[in-house]
Design a binder for this molecule. Structure first.
Ligand code: FAQ
Length: 310
């Protein structure tokens, strides 16, 4: 069978493409792009919440947040490893992040101004990530799909910890409830932008859907997220900041207002509130961590030599 035919047959049977299988170069390039940008988002995503590690209001909250931020690092590691199975080098991918040649999610270019932001990130940002990422567990590329299974389990814990923290604020003082509402006001629209441009402007969707990398369109997933989140907002006693948000019985879904796509384009291009700060922080950590990478490489070499000698 021709290589292309075999590839098509694997997709048609809903089976997985594995690293040693033949694959079209464009399929490989799309996966490298998406998996790398996903990995970059996870490690840049450590920064907004990491800023609150030293300011968490109790030891319990601090321990939970520390575990969550460490999980994001772990997600980055699984994803860089999955990208490497496609024949790219992790250090090249990091260079592409540091130079701006590759993107990371716009959501992480917004500041965490108050403690409530940490809970709202868990509720809305992890909530959106789950809606977007659960279908990726069925992605046609085996290593990415398998990484996503574990990531989604952890994201689900993250979402619940955020919601639990917000329930405590809901049941707290008037000041705590006001802080919660303010955080929701600032994170709602950026969370909707996480799903990417509207379907008509999504350059990669048609190929990615045909290759079964993406299983649903950006707008379908965004709608699913809105429908899931509205009742949760009621439980929390917060108002989602959208005057056009209402139930549409005909569509069996919520209608919602127009997203500010100009703002999205600005933040993608590097002109969001925290883009410069995020990349500066990331590159500084990379430079300061050089000795750790050197030590780890020297240790691995020594271990390999020991095994060789034995
Ligand atoms: N930000 O043609 P499409 C997380 C770009 S992880 C920046 O629709 P595609 C965990 C897109 O790359 C969050 N850029 O693209 C966490 C493309 O440009 P390119 C990240 C965006 O790939 C939680 C162009 O626009 N999740 O949250 C964005 O088919 C809490 C045209 O777009 C993933 O990466 C954006 N929001 O669909 C961590 C999931 N949207 O690359 C810490 C995997 C679009 O051609 C704390 N990725 N662009 O130069 C995906 O599902 C897809 O890549 C989409 C975009 C849906 C993000």
């Amino acid at each position: 069978m021709e290589q292309q035919e075999q590839f098509d047959a694997v997709l048609a049977a809903d089976e997985r493409i594995e690293p040693r299988d033949w694959m079209p170069e464009k399929y490989r390039a799309t996966l490298i792009r998406q998996i790398a940008q996903h990995a970059h988002s996870e490690i840049i995503g450590m920064q907004p919440e990491g800023a609150w590690l030293t300011k968490a209001p109790s030891l319990r909250r601090k321990a939970i947040l520390l575990a969550k931020v460490q999980d994001e690092a772990g997600h980055g590691m699984y994803l860089y490893s999955a990208a490497e199975t496609l024949g790219v080098d992790r250090s090249d991918l990091l260079d592409r992040l540091h130079t701006g040649a590759q993107k990371y999610s716009t959501i992480f270019n917004y500041p965490t101004l108050e403690w409530a932001d940490v809970g709202v990130i868990g509720w809305l940002v992890d909530g959106a990530a789950i809606v977007n990422q659960v279908p990726l567990c069925r992605c046609s590329y085996g290593p990415y799909a398998r990484a996503m299974i574990r990531i989604c389990k952890e994201e689900s814990f993250h979402q619940r910890q955020g919601f639990e923290m917000l329930l405590a604020l809901r049941d707290g003082t008037d000041g705590q409830r006001a802080m919660l509402q303010d955080a929701v006001n600032r994170w709602w629209w950026p969370s909707l932008m996480m799903f990417g441009p509207p379907d008509g402007a999504s350059a990669n969707s048609s190929a990615s859907m045909a290759w079964k990398i993406k299983r649903h369109s950006n707008d379908d997933l965004r709608q699913r997220f809105v429908d899931m989140t509205v009742p949760q907002a009621d439980v929390l006693g917060v108002r989602l900041p959208d005057n056009d948000l209402r139930w549409n019985a005909e569509r069996n879904s919520h209608d919602f207002g127009e997203i500010d796509w100009e703002e999205f384009a600005r933040v993608v291009k590097g002109d969001g509130p925290c883009n410069t700060e995020r990349i500066e922080r990331r590159t500084a950590a990379h430079t300061e961590g050089e000795w750790v990478r050197e030590a780890a490489t020297a240790y691995a070499r020594k271990q390999a030599a020991k095994v060789g000698a034995a």
